[in-house]
Write a protein that binds this ligand. Structure first.
Ligand SMILES: C[S@@+](CC[C@H](N)C(=O)[O-])C[C@H]1O[C@@H](n2cnc3c(N)ncnc32)[C@H](O)[C@@H]1O
Length: 628
């Protein structure tokens, strides 16, 4: 099948799959063409389709070439007129010859289309298209604006408003930027340094984008790093599942916002990414964003396999968990730019192979229908790692969600084990309660959470923008616990806030209260426990509390204490995890219904409840590394 037929299939297929357009194209196994070529042709042809529709209609191509469908005509005429190498088919191929024999006529109509727009050259027409001005026939609201995070490691919001966005009209609401054909900017009220611009504008060719000064990142995807808010006293940070790196680089920007002197910042972000290919993307993103000096990449490393008590992680005070999930909250088909299809002129008989072309209104209707169908049962699920799973039945969906949630819980329980950790965020871009509130409830009910004093970060203890965010967790999915539901943060796909579907919860603990025994134990240079003659671990300050045998008597013997010794003997083998994963589920709703909209609590003056701690890192060593 040719590049043109394969691309036409993506443009006309009903959208009942999750995942972004990109992931659907790149994960399609039997694609004959290069996925990158299919993706580029889809996007570019849509962008140019208003002009190409005019060209094809005025050249009367559909009447003259009955075998060419409206979608194929847009794709082929796009390449004939605009691609460097023309139509990517052999010179004798039927599709190519049926377009090329009208080359002169199509070229003349293209020139007329440009002149009608009062543009002096093809270059100025290109600039006009890139700026998104050609969506004028449709002023309807698009479901999503384009969210852009200003990367404060490289620039400031003031600089960007004066340069990249200098000629944008300022919008007071996010609704105002969603209007197609507009050129507006909205400054977000919840997340600092975040803006939304009109959806038709392609910013990817802009210098600020290419240099990493601005980063395309959905508003909801900015929630986790903002909620975690790593402060200097939080020490090092772990991003457990990092690629492609949106949240890793956001963490770095927040770190520096609290430590304006980059050289003075002694904190490290440990960025784990299990998949080596994705780790390469992560590295590129970290470099482009300018956060490489703050980030230690653990490429190809599985976070679940690291020892939380290792000396390298002894200063880790905060962890961000954004694990693989079903990806059901990802904005899928809606991201495809509007496609204008040519129609046959009145009176002309439709060609044999051409279904009656739809009018613009009909197209809008069918797109709306396709969007509405996105809640219908899935036949394929594309997760946010691009993994495709066939899901024909409710049982298959359930099995997939069970597997994902088991992994997600395991990850969260592993994060609870870091001795100095006091803050954790857990997030997914899934709409399913199984991967969200239910994971949170199971984690809170786990033995390790209770032993180590982990609790959910209440809404009133959350950072301002998250406390004020109105969409909260599902009460049903939290087993009727209003405090937990209120503490959970959700973002709905397709509501008035213009975000992707997302879930987030914060966990905190007070080190003084839980009296973490591990931090009181003496370790040798390799991080192994130092033991006395009887084999008991020795405390760092034996004069205060004696050895651990005394400590055990003073503190109740816990599974965790036993666990510590066990881990020492067996090199980190962890038998508690499976047991904890098997904890019963709180609440048995299978799929999440409507998100709960709650009243905003009065602004509390309380500090986040996690007790702060000074990092103990040798900053000299790091300063050297950064200068290299
Ligand atoms: C949802 S994506 C992360 C998105 C990322 N946080 C961002 O904002 O750009 C999940 C990533 O976690 C990686 N991953 C999954 N399991 C992992 C594990 N056990 N350890 C480290 N990385 C893991 C996947 O390969 C995938 O790249």
């Amino acid at each position: 099948m040719s590049l043109y037929h394969e691309t036409a299939d993506f443009l006309t297929a009903p959208s009942n799959a999750g995942g972004s357009l990109k992931s659907r194209i790149f994960s399609k196994k039997d694609l004959k063409s290069q996925p990158a070529q299919v993706y580029a042709l889809t996007i570019e042809s849509c962008k140019w389709s208003a002009v190409l529709k005019e060209v094809v209609e005025n050249a009367d191509l559909l009447r003259l070439e009955r075998k060419i469908t409206p979608v194929l005509s847009v794709l082929l005429v796009h390449d004939l007129l605009l691609a460097k190498r023309g139509i990517a088919l052999p010179a004798t191929h039927g599709l190519r010859t049926s377009i090329e024999r009208h080359k002169a006529r199509l070229g003349a109509e293209f020139t007329k289309a440009r002149i009608r727009r009062k543009l002096s050259s093809v270059e100025s027409l290109k600039a006009h298209i890139e700026a998104g001005f050609e969506i004028g026939t449709d002023n309807s609201e698009a479901p999503y604006p384009r969210w852009i995070r200003i990367n404060t490691l490289k620039t400031s919001i003031e600089d960007q408003l004066g340069t990249t966005f200098a000629d944008y009209e300022r919008a007071a609401t996010v609704e105002a930027v969603r209007q197609r054909g507009s050129k507006r900017i909205f400054i977000d009220v919840n997340i600092p340094n975040l803006v939304a611009i009109s959806p038709n504008i392609d910013i990817s060719k802009n210098e600020a984008y290419k240099t990493g000064a601005i980063i395309l990142q959905d508003k909801a995807s900015c929630f986790p790093a903002y909620l975690l808010d790593p402060l200097p006293e939080d020490g090092d940070i772990i991003d457990t599942c990092s690629a492609p790196g949106n949240k890793t680089t956001h963490l770095a920007a927040i770190l520096i916002s609290h430590n304006p002197e980059v050289d003075e910042c002694s904190q490290t972000i440990h960025a784990f990414e299990k998949n080596k290919g994705r780790a390469e993307t992560l590295e590129k993103m970290v470099n482009v964003a300018g956060s490489q000096t703050l980030t230690k990449l653990h490429a190809g490393q599985d976070f679940l396999k690291i020892d939380p008590t290792a000396a390298t992680f002894k200063n880790v005070g905060a962890l961000l968990l954004d694990p693989s999930c079903s990806g059901s909250g990802i904005i899928g088909r809606e991201e495809i730019p509007e496609l204008h299809l040519p129609v046959l002129k009145q009176g002309a008989a439709p060609s044999k192979n051409t279904k009656r072309p739809k009018t613009l209104d009909e197209n809008k209707e069918s797109r709306k229908r396709k969007r509405d169908q996105s809640d219908a049962p899935l036949d394929v699920m594309v997760d946010d790692d691009g993994m495709v799973t066939a899901v024909d039945t409710e049982d298959e969906l359930k099995a997939r969600l069970t597997a994902l949630s088991k992994f997600q819980l395991e990850l969260l329980l592993h994060a609870f084990k870091f001795p100095s950790a006091q803050k954790i965020t857990y997030s997914t871009c899934s709409l399913y309660a199984e991967e969200n509130e239910e994971v949170v409830s199971k984690a809170l009910n786990s033995a390790i959470a209770k032993e180590r004093g982990w609790r959910i970060q209440s809404r009133e203890d959350q950072i301002k923008g998250m406390k004020e965010w109105p969409v909260r967790g599902s009460l049903d999915a939290c087993g009727g616990d209003a405090t937990i539901a209120e503490s959970c943060i959700r973002a709905n796909k397709g509501d008035e806030h213009g975000t992707m579907g997302f879930f987030l919860a914060g966990f905190v603990r007070d080190q003084q209260v839980h009296g973490d025994i591990e931090s009181q134990l003496l370790r040798d240079e390799r991080g192994h426990l130092v033991r006395d003659l009887l084999g008991f671990p020795v405390r760092t300050h034996p004069e205060e509390s004696g050895n651990v045998s005394n400590g055990v008597a003073a503190e109740p013997e816990t599974e965790e204490n036993n666990h510590l010794e066990y881990e020492e003997e067996w090199g980190g083998f962890d038998d508690a995890t499976e047991e904890e994963v098997a904890q019963p589920v709180a609440g048995d709703d299978k799929l999440l219904g409507k998100s709960q909209q709650s009243q905003v609590h009065p602004v509390s003056k309380h500090l986040p409840s996690a007790v702060k701690r000074r990092p103990e890192l040798g900053s000299q060593k790091k300063k050297k590394k950064r200068k290299q």
